[in-house]
Ligand binder design. Structure first.
Ligand code: ADP
Ligand code: ZN
Ligand code: ZN
Length: 800
């Protein structure tokens, strides 16, 4: 028997399967989807088996050295999906598989076999392996020549368990546990303890009913069993101490109150019924458009409950930034231990723990960010993508996939529905729903029947005319003051990208640029530093102009720090929490700040993008946007769409309970249709206008796009390559396909690498993946060797 293996070397030159012989002792364990160690040149390299065959065309086939998994880590479905992914996104096969697996599986997991039964109950081969030992490492078992098929069967029968430890920073966090020792019967144990040792008998009782070692700490806290009793039992040879890996589930540690399904409104009932109908019939993609507060999440919960009742599983995708403890709690309180959470803030070990619970079938619901779409479920009954319009569902490096596309492919495979939800669906999804490609469901009313907060628009040009140079308009200040008087809270939103602070010399116009990137440096007041947001370059802000020596240096723009300063000056009594990349870079800082605000330890929450989502605090009655048009100015065809979405989302933060909320939007351009329709919560009209714009300029959903970016330190090399790639595409494309460029990218240099781009807009190409593949294939070898890089981004979300 032979195995076809993709090896873990990320290079275009080895991006194909290699044949290896399966040695007899590994038969039955080596199967598609397991990881193996194989000889490759002088080295041993990890690889993934994609198929097993009876024959091989290769003359000198080397044997597989070791098998690393007792069960496949990739299911047949995921193996197949990975192939499509590699082809469609033009990435290496191994890159595609790695995207589906937790990072810890790249060689840092130590596995140990542990025996659960007396030696006599093990098959002779295993008894010989274990002898008097209780544990044997997975590697030693293979070195001893033991048939791994026998090992796996014993695991399946529960004679052995496999313990896995991830060797990362979080390893070594073990706790002390106690477990029974020896192969005594229950009566024999009782006899050995003796009648007088009451506590030790209690301990015996606990240990006998527990499947896993008990923590010494838990015994003391929950059972009132002291260390003395534990030691007593150990002295009698009936128990032993063991190290127990601390379960690193950051949410599991807390207790969640259980919640029960709410009685649904008429609209909610209708939506749920439609979802169930599709579920009974098979696969379809549903788009649920529901205004903020219309109870989408409750519908998700009840749809999932239905799926679980049928013995199936569900995946819920939530944008990274909305995956707050509040969000997690809603799922955990309904489904308890059945929920795993995959969050990028988890350590490698924590992620691996959660992934393993899914892999072993211990959970049936996964709530997670983008990559959770690859959760190794085998009985999927529903995939939900909340806030489906979010750009973060698109991965910006390889494999450049969109979670929505993967979800739909998985939905087709499992013949189950995919439910996309949003208050402001992406224009692309909405157009598909309107055309009948997706099924459109709507929730038009808020559960509490309350009107959406009133939105006031402030023209900042007028403010300037009246001599107000502050980033805060008079109206905004008045509203903030009212909230302070009433003890209510406000959120102030500032777009990070559009307005950050930079310095400029008033005498000669000099601005401080990053020496490595084509971009202005951002001024950070706290350390009086200039920083590049692209490459991390930092320098001390100059006191005089480096060009002309003038001391008239001004700080321009309205960064969050500057607004905070302004607030402190104008509203000295207000307590402010600032949330931006600087204050939230530490792990857990984001949540800690939100919690403080939730506990009303501040009056104003000032922040970037990250505060627009998921904030659900009843005491917020004012939401303010400081520069609404900053977003509109970003050179991206989705600028109007993103602005509309953001303003709607921000407005949703105010007035979540009884008191009416208000929204103040400041802008220099007050006539733009995305602002006007957002002001009236008129999604339908916004879509109409936006669709006309898209049609006129031939942007999605009227076309598909591809962005090709070439980068290298040598500018001539970049231009030459970009031209060659463009030429190749030009030769083979359909006449209706438009090729734009090559031109310098909007940010023409990052980290000393020059960047050129080509854009493709197409409607009908028989095989775009192949066309692109052919255009970039000649450079694949160069790419790994001398730093030339060609990024091919299909259906791009970012154009920088
Ligand atoms: P959305 O996700 O659409 O913004 P949520 O699901 O968060 O809306 O619901 C908003 C609020 O209304 C939540 O506090 C939720 O618990 C509550 N809610 C949802 N459905 C119902 C219902 N049928 N009856 C009572 N309260 C509900
Ligand atoms: Zn100057
Ligand atoms: Zn830089």
């Amino acid at each position: 028997m032979y195995a076809r293996v993709y090896i873990d070397v990320l290079s275009g030159s080895v991006d194909r399967p290699f044949d290896y012989r399966i040695p007899p002792e590994l038969t039955g364990v080596v199967q598609p989807g397991v990881r193996v160690q194989v000889p490759f040149g002088p080295r041993q390299i990890t690889g993934i088996v994609i198929s097993c065959t009876e024959e091989s065309d290769v003359t000198k086939v080397k044997p597989i050295h070791q098998v690393l998994d007792e069960q496949p880590v990739l299911t047949p479905e995921l193996l197949m999906l990975g192939q499509t992914l590699a082809r469609e996104t033009l990435c290496l096969q191994m890159t595609a598989y790695q995207a589906m697996l937790p990072a810890a599986l790249r060689g840092k997991v130590v596995k140990t076999l542990e025996r659960n039964v007396p030696l006599a109950e093990l098959p002779p081969e295993l008894a010989a392996l274990f002898q008097s030992r209780r544990r044997v490492s997975w590697i030693d078992a293979q070195k001893s020549g033991t048939a791994m098929g026998v090992v796996r069967e014993a695991v399946d029968q529960g004679l052995l368990t496999i313990e896995e430890v991830v060797k990362d920073q979080s390893a070594g966090r073990t706790l002390q546990g106690v477990q029974l020792r020896g192969s005594y019967s229950a009566e024999e144990r009782l006899e050995l303890v003796g009648n007088r040792a009451v506590k030790q008998k209690e301990l015996l009782d606990v240990l006998e009913t527990s499947e896993r070692p008990m923590l010494v700490k838990t015994l003391a806290e929950d059972y009132g069993i002291s260390n003395a009793a534990v030691n007593g039992l150990i002295d009698k040879g009936l128990a032993e101490k063991v190290d127990v890996e601390k379960r690193r589930d950051p949410y599991g540690a807390r207790d969640f109150e259980t919640s029960t399904p709410l009685a649904l409104t008429k609209e909610q009932t209708h939506v749920l019924t439609s979802i169930k109908k599709v579920q009974a019939a098979g696969h379809d993609t549903l788009l649920l458009q529901g205004v903020t507060g219309s109870g989408k999440t409750e519908v998700y919960l009840q749809a999932i409950e239905d799926v679980l009742n049928q013995g199936s599983e569900a995946i819920v995708l939530v944008p990274e930034i909305s995956l707050t403890p509040q969000m997690v709690e809603r799922f955990k309180s309904r489904f308890g231990e059945a929920v795993a959470v995959l969050h990028s803030a988890l350590s490698a070990g924590e992620k691996y723990d959660e992934w393993r619970r899914i892999h072993r079938g211990e959970v049936s619901v996964v709530v997670g960010a983008r990559s959770a779409v690859f959760a190794p479920f085998t009985k999927l009954g529903l995939i939900i993508i909340d806030e489906e319009h979010e750009g973060s569902y698109k991965q910006e490096d390889q494999p450049r996939y969109h979670a929505r596309d993967i979800a739909i492919q998985r939905g087709e495979y499992h013949n189950c529905p995919v439910l996309l939800g949003s208050a402001t669906p992406s224009i692309e999804s909405y157009a598909r729903a309107r055309k009948g490609v997706y099924t459109l469901l709507q929730l038009t009313e808020r559960v509490n029947q309350k009107a959406m907060p009133e939105v006031k628009m402030v023209d900042m040009r007028e403010e300037l005319k009246e001599g107000n140079r502050s980033p805060l308009s008079t109206v905004m200040l008045e509203e903030l003051e009212k909230r302070l008087e009433r003890g209510e809270q406000s959120v102030l939103f500032l777009n990070r990208r559009g307005f950050s602070t930079f310095i400029m010399c008033r005498s000669c116009g000099f601005t401080s640029q990053c020496p490595h990137c084509e971009i202005s440096l951002t001024y950070h007041k706290r350390h009086h530093q200039l920083k590049c947001h692209y490459c991390g370059f930092e320098e001390t802000a100059p006191a005089a102009c480096p060009e002309c020596g003038s001391e008239h240096i001004r700080f321009f723009g309205t960064g969050t720090q500057k607004v905070e300063q302004e607030l402190n000056r104008l509203l000295p009594e207000a307590r402010i929490i600032r949330m931006d990349v600087d204050t939230t870079s530490r792990k857990g800082a984001h949540e800690a700040l939100l919690q403080q605000f939730g506990e009303q330890k501040a009056d104003i929450l000032l922040g970037t993008q990250m505060i627009a989502k998921g904030l659900d605090f009843p005491n917020i009655t004012l939401a303010g946007v400081l520069a609404a048009d900053a977003l509109l100015k970003i050179p991206d065809f989705r600028a109007a769409e993103r602005t509309f979405q953001l303003l709607t989302q921000v407005s949703g933060r105010a007035g979540r309970d009884e008191r009416a909320g208000e929204v103040v939007i400041q802008s220099y351009d007050t006539e733009h249709y995305s602002l006007l329709h957002a002001q009236n919560y008129d999604f339908e009209r916004f879509v109409q206008t936006e669709m006309q714009e898209r049609k006129r300029a031939q942007y999605p959903p009227y076309t598909y796009m591809v962005l090709i970016t070439v980068s290298h330190q040598d500018l001539t090399r970049v231009i030459k390559t970009a031209n060659e790639v463009a030429h190749k595409i030009e030769q083979h494309k359909q006449p209706s396909t438009a090729l734009l460029g090559p031109v310098p990218s909007p940010i023409a240099r990052i980290k000393d690498r020059y960047r050129y781009q080509c854009m493709i807009k197409y409607k009908d190409e028989p095989d775009m993946a192949l066309l692109l593949q052919q255009a970039v294939a000649p450079y694949m070898k160069e790419m790994s060797k001398d730093d030339l890089y060609i990024a091919v981004d299909r259906h791009p979300q970012m154009f920088m």
